[in-house]
Design a protein around this ligand. Structure first.
Ligand SMILES: [Fe+2]
Length: 417
């Protein structure tokens, strides 16, 4: 066996890569794993905020959320028990649907109006990602673009507490934030353990009233996290266990919850699966789907899970020959291929299932979504460059050239035309 420390020179955290089925040399088997220090998981877990803050010695949080959660009364339900525990919280509700440099600066200005010892992200991926960026800038200063990959922000900012209200991004358990540079239309991936929440309260009851479209989009996002973490070149035995558990939880429950939004068991499985998928990719990585999805979101304002769903079947077909065994194991974990079936036919089932899932969840292609063909085609070279710059395609089992990424964007358009 030949050992080498890492082939991922830009990430000093990671000194292990799975051998997979690609016949590559063995790596030194040390995986650098980062997790939230405290987690509360289960029905009503968000009501544990006061004791969790007390356990951490935190007294004056800034809560980052959105206007819907304020108007629905969910923010009040979160804040009232804090008052009784002599914890003084201030609420910033302008995090917006996709955090931008401007919205983060507004949040930072709000934080500086008072004394805060932590930042709570309450909502979907956007408020949680906003809370992470604000917590880091509050301590370290500078501008958001300074923090985009390959910069690695490990030195902590303010403590972050994450309370997800969608079962999707897994941001409550990841060491990343994504902030859009609205000048260049780039979704900047900002990595480092400074973005990892110190505590996460994972309460599926917060997702019970989630609208159908959001349920589908966030569900496919979390399934994509699990599959990409499992096939990633950075996969390791720990991330594998989380990725497979996430696939087992998410895949059989997506259609169930679409049929019956009040199905508590299915909602719980999707919520736990989303957190497990977040842990999986935070300690492995995402790959080509996310690399190509972010530019679609930035240029055409397609919700993140939806742009993943548009890409997932085509990218899986492109990547599968390089990691057949891993994709076949994904199909088995998702319950769509029998254990005894061969890899090739299991992967064929996976490709069929991803197409059929998109049909069942009414996922439109880029054309049906209303994107202009000329704009799509003319932006392809830029989107390919931005995808590669994010670093995610380099983790894909089949690493694409810029030309191959451009061809894939064209293919995804034609498939929907
Ligand atoms: Fe994602």
């Amino acid at each position: 066996m030949r050992l080498r420390s890492t082939r991922l020179g830009f990430d000093p955290q990671l000194v292990f890569c799975a051998n997979h089925d690609r016949g590559e040399v063995e790596e030194i088997m040390i995986a650098a794993i980062s997790l939230p220090r405290l987690m509360r998981i289960g029905a009503g877990a968000s009501r544990e905020l006061a004791p969790v803050l007390q356990q951490l010695g935190l007294k004056s949080p800034m809560i980052v959320t959105d206007k819907y959660l304020v108007s629905s009364g969910k923010v009040d339900a979160l804040v009232e028990p804090l008052n009784a525990a002599a914890i003084t919280a201030r609420v910033f509700s302008d995090s917006g649907p996709d955090p931008t440099i401007t919205s983060i600066n507004a949040g930072l200005a709000f934080l500086r109006e008072s004394e805060h010892d932590c930042v709570i992200g309450f909502g979907g991926g956007s408020p949680i990602d906003s809370s992470k960026a604000i917590a880091v800038l509050a301590v370290h200063g500078g501008k958001m673009p300074d923090y985009k990959t390959p910069h690695m922000q490990d030195t902590p900012g303010l403590p972050i507490i994450a309370i997800p209200t969608t079962a999707g991004t897994g941001s409550e358990a990841t060491r990343f934030t994504i902030i859009t540079d609205e000048v260049t239309d780039e979704k900047m991936l900002c990595p480092g353990t400074a973005y990892l929440p110190i505590a996460a309260l994972v309460d599926f009851e917060l997702t019970m009233t989630k609208p159908k479209r959001l349920t589908a989009d966030t569900g496919i996002d979390s399934l994509t996290h699990a599959i990409e973490a499992y096939v990633s070149k950075r996969a390791n035995p720990f991330s594998d266990s989380m990725a497979l558990a996430a696939m087992r939880a998410i895949a059989p429950n997506l259609r169930r919850v679409m049929k019956d939004p009040g199905d508590r068991a299915a909602r719980e499985a999707l919520m736990i699966g989303a957190t497990q998928a977040g842990i999986a990719f935070s300690n492995s990585s995402v790959a080509l789907v996310h690399g190509m999805s972010r530019p679609i979101g930035a240029h055409f304002h397609v919700p993140h899970g939806l742009s993943n769903a548009m890409l997932l079947p085509a990218i899986t077909a492109f990547s599968a020959p390089a990691a057949l065994k891993r994709y076949a194991e994904s199909a088995r974990a998702m319950g769509i291929a029998p254990e005894a079936e061969g890899d090739q036919s299991s992967v064929a089932r996976l490709l069929e299932e991803l197409d059929s899932l998109n049909r069942d969840l009414d996922v439109p292609g880029p054309k049906a979504y209303g994107i202009d063909e000329n704009k799509w085609m003319s932006l392809i070279p830029t989107m390919a460059k931005q995808a590669i710059a994010s670093g995610s395609p380099a983790n894909n089992p089949r690493v694409p050239t810029a030309e191959e990424i451009e061809t894939l964007y064209k293919q995804v358009w034609r498939a929907s035309a």
